[in-house]
Each structure stands twice: as C-alpha cells, then as structure tokens.
Design a protein around this ligand. Structure first.
Ligand SMILES: *Cc1c(COP(=O)(O)O)cnc(C)c1O
Length: 365
C-alpha cells in the first residue's frame, strides 16, 4: 500500500531513533532538558526569532500563539479554511475566547478587505481586533513573501499582532529558496511542525520574542503541556530539523511528477502545490475514485470533487511510478462502471480552470 493521505504518517528513521536513544535528557518543566533547549534554540535561530518553545502539536503551538496575543472578546482575523478555524475543535473560542472574523477565497486577505475591516475600529459596537492570522504554506500553496509583508505591515500599522501558522513553513522556504527566517519575517509569533514533512515522531514549536515565549511557556503549563524528559522526542525533532529540510525539494519534485501523470488521466485534473497533489474529480465522485485507488494500492484523502495526495519522507521515486500506474489502472476500471457514455472528457472540460483545487487540502491534517 502506498500511503499518500498525509505527511504525518512517516515513521522515524533508524538514524532518528538512534539520536533519540542517545539523547541527553533532564526535567524540561524545570528547563533542564539539554536536548529540548538545543532544539528550541536552533529552531528560534532558524526562524530569526529570539526564542522558541517545544510543544506537543501544531494545534498547541497555534493556540499558544493566539493566547499570547489576544484577550477575551477580541477578534482574530483569519481565513475560513485556516487550520485554526476548521481543525482545532474551536479551541480559539474555548481557550482564548476570541471572535473569529473570517474571509474566504484568496489565501491572504485583500487590501480593500483589510481597509474595510479596520474602518470601524474604535466604534463602541465593535470588538477590538487582536491579531491577523496567516498560513504558509496554505494547503500546499506558497503565499508570496511580498503579500505576507503587506499583511504583517498592515497589522502592525494598526496595532494588531500577526501570527504565521507555519506547519509547512519548511516547505515554503525550500520552494522559495530562502532561509526559514525569510518566511517567518514580520510575524510576532510563528508555529512550525517537526512531524509533518520533516518526519519526526512528535512535536511542533512556537517562536517569537523572549517575553512572548516566556508567556507561551506559562500557557503550555496551564494546558497541562509541560513535559519531563522530553529530550527523547526532541532529539528526533532536532535530527529531522538538521537533516530533513533540504530533502523537501525531492517531495516537491515528486508531487510535480505525480500531478502531471494524474492530470493526464481522463476525468481528472491535478496540480502540484509544494508536496501536495491536488486532484479535482467529476462532481461528487471523489469517494468512488478513492475507493478505486485503494483497491489498486494507493491511499489518499478527499471528498466531494477533491482528492489530495501528499509526498513525504517515506515516498520514493519508485512509489511515485507505482502510484501513477496504479491510479491509471483504477481510472481505467472506473470508466465503464461510471456508464457515462464513456465520455470522461466532458468532465475534464467542466473542470478545466474550474474551482480552486486547494479546497481539498482543507480540514484534513
Ligand atoms: C497539521 C497542521 C496543524 C496542526 O498540527 P498538529 O500537530 O496535527 O496539531 C496546524 N496548522 C496546519 C496548517 C496544519 O497543516
């Protein structure tokens, strides 16, 4: 089975396990785990921030980023498809008790929208905005750095903080050919993940200035997220951070290759976005395709007319070849069953330049 559901399914490599077995550890709640400290310092340096905090998950990193920059009743401005909104059980509302103000469409808020939202500021009826939220990559898509800069500049000009959900920031940096700090620039807080593309077994980090991260550390304890000899898992994250960033380019190349092969299949449109292949199927048929793919040995995720396939550490060139062949076989098998006069090209035409293919990647980790 070739598992392309997500880049979270990777298992630690032998070298990573060795680093974990050999890790020097201490009590991290007391700040005495040298491996965790090393991971936090190296992460902060890579992101161009003063300080970073190792946490259990991207979810916690995001929630702490929100927690340190907002007060109850304030607004967070975000995209309706941001992980913060659709994939964290409403924790923003439960924990920080903020009011999400949401936009849709573009992966970053258009200037005129921001102007409109800021216009009523100070009005007695309105909640005060606390921060602007961005994601990069956003469903695999790289947000251009000048767009990011426009948004963070706007935030700061109006007294808002800016947070970057950088669960796949490493992919964005590799794609753009810049240092991670280049992607994190301009944000007050940024969250990054060690267990997606980098392939570590556990953990994320939130980074920012020293005082902000000191408060995030208190917030982590408040949530019960203090960990004792966490160096054992931090060593895996540290190994991944040092050895698995540059190789993300291979994932992107494989996604590009697989997307081209899938796009050539009748009835399907596919594009590559960093390490993701985003596929559009005929309306409502994603489930049927997913079933057929699984029967041929390829697992993917999706629903409606969208399917997502994600490249990661364990997916080889051979797997891409094998997956492409298996998907072609699956599609071949589907056509007569569909009984749509065998004219799959109708669907192809319908979906050319059709709905934004990024939609599929939302609401799935
Ligand atoms: C996966 C993901 C997260 C959350 O990470 P977990 O470690 O699964 O909690 C946050 N944001 C984005 C954009 C993600 O893709």
């Amino acid at each position: 089975m070739i598992d392309l559901r997500s880049d979270t399914f990777t298992r630690p490599t032998k070298e990573m396990r060795r680093a974990m077995a050999d890790a020097e550890v201490g009590d991290d709640v007391w700040g005495e785990d040298p491996t965790v400290r090393e991971l936090e310092e190296e992460t902060a340096a890579l992101l161009g921030k003063e300080s970073a905090l190792y946490v259990t998950s991207g979810h916690m990193a995001n929630q702490l980023g929100l927690w340190v920059s907002s007060r109850s009743g304030e607004e967070v401005w975000a995209h309706e498809n941001h992980h913060l909104i659709g994939d964290e059980q409403g924790a923003a509302v439960v924990l920080s008790r903020v009011l999400p103000r949401l936009y849709s469409g573009d992966p970053f808020p258009p200037a005129e929208l921001l102007e409109r939202w800021i216009a009523g500021l100070g009005n007695v009826h309105r909640a005060d905005p606390a921060l602007l939220w961005l994601e990069n990559t956003f469903s695999g898509r790289v947000v251009p750095l000048d767009e990011q800069r426009r948004v963070t500049d706007f935030a700061h000009a109006h007294g808002l903080k800016a947070h970057l959900d950088g669960a796949r920031l490493w992919n964005a940096a590799v794609h753009l050919g810049v240092e991670p700090a280049g992607v994190a620039e301009g944000f007050d807080t940024v969250s990054v993940c060690f267990s997606k593309g980098l392939g570590a077994p556990v953990g994320s980090a939130v980074a920012g200035d020293a005082d902000t991260i000191r408060r995030a550390r208190r917030g982590r304890k408040l949530l019960g997220g203090g960990m004792r000899q966490a160096g054992v898992i931090a060593a895996g994250a540290l190994y991944a951070l040092r050895h698995h960033r540059a190789r993300l380019a291979e994932d992107h190349a494989r996604a590009t290759r697989l997307a081209a092969r899938v796009d050539a299949l009748p009835g399907l449109n596919a594009v590559a976005r960093t390490n993701m292949v985003l596929v559009t199927t005929p309306e409502g048929e994603a489930d049927r395709y997913l079933e057929a793919f699984a029967a041929q040995g390829v697992r993917a995720l999706g629903g409606g007319d969208r399917i997502r396939m994600v490249m990661s550490l364990e997916i080889t060139d051979g797997d891409v070849e094998e997956a492409a062949t298996a998907l072609a076989r699956a599609v071949e098998g589907l056509r007569p069953i569909a009984g749509q006069s065998g004219d799959a090209s109708v669907h192809l035409a319908d979906h050319t330049g059709g709905p934004n293919p990024e939609g599929v990647a939302h609401h799935i980790a």
